[in-house]
Write a protein that binds this ligand. Sequence first.
Ligand SMILES: C[S@@+](CC[C@H](N)C(=O)[O-])C[C@H]1O[C@@H](n2cnc3c(N)ncnc32)[C@H](O)[C@@H]1O
Length: 284
Amino acid sequence: MSDLSSMKDFWNKTAKKFGEDEDYRPVLTPSSKGLINWYADCLQNRALSRILKGLFGKTVLDVGCGVGRWSARLASVAALVVGLDLSREMILKAKKRMDKKGLSADFVVASTHMLPFIPRAFDAIVSVTVLQHIIEESSFKDATSSIAQTTKGDGEIILLEYSYNPSGKKNRYSSEFPTVAHCYREAFEEVSSLELIETRGVDLSVFLKPFNRFYKKRGKYKVNLETGSLSFLYKLSLDGFYFLASVACILSLPSDITLSNRFQRYSEHQVFIFKSRKTNQKSP
Ligand SMILES: C[S@@+](CC[C@H](N)C(=O)[O-])C[C@H]1O[C@@H](n2cnc3c(N)ncnc32)[C@H](O)[C@@H]1O
């Protein structure tokens, strides 16, 4: 199976697995319970909300929109929101979310590798935890060029991606749910005249880090998605794991809120904002 079709298959299954009441679970840590997904959404929203409010009246493309977490938030500020995702099942969920909230956005099923829009179609492109899952170098290059081409000359690209990479070496987690810390500055500055103008730390996750390492290395995501019935003892140990991880989230919050920006390098995720060199020179 190609990289793209196995990704599509994975995200379709993930979207279908969870019901309406499980809200953001398919797009955060799919197999997690407890406070882990609440914690992730809370810190990501804290890092992005001011930036997204700045998109008032703009045309915005939400690349890899998933269940419409950001499309819905953008719909109340932007003039036009288009959500795009590889997975049809995710798009169906996103549409339902918008209908339920009485919000409007257009949705498209397509891949980041080849965005189906004319060049410079959008004032801004927002993409949250999507490019981190594109492991193959050539696919990643196609995605960054396509995103850059679809942004207006004086527009901006706002990314929030996994970036914990203190050693500077490219690292990736389990082959079941790969996540890679790309060098976003290099990638976008190489293919466009856009410049990285701001980065922000999101989640130092001090007490959660050991859980993250263990969790991803063991490939728990795939196990939980594909195993129908789990033994009682296994379930019990998982519940214990989620309970301790939830406590770790609460303990991590004070340092996430106060220190994430100062120690960006140790943040699990970072926000990257790119703008054209000309626009950037004009603004004070
Ligand atoms: C971790 S989820 C994040 C969803 C959403 N951005 C959010 O933050 O709630 C990753 C999303 O990216 C989508 N995706 C993965 N690879 C993609 C690709 N090559 N093109 C478009 N979407 C992709 C998946 O279907 C999934 O919905």
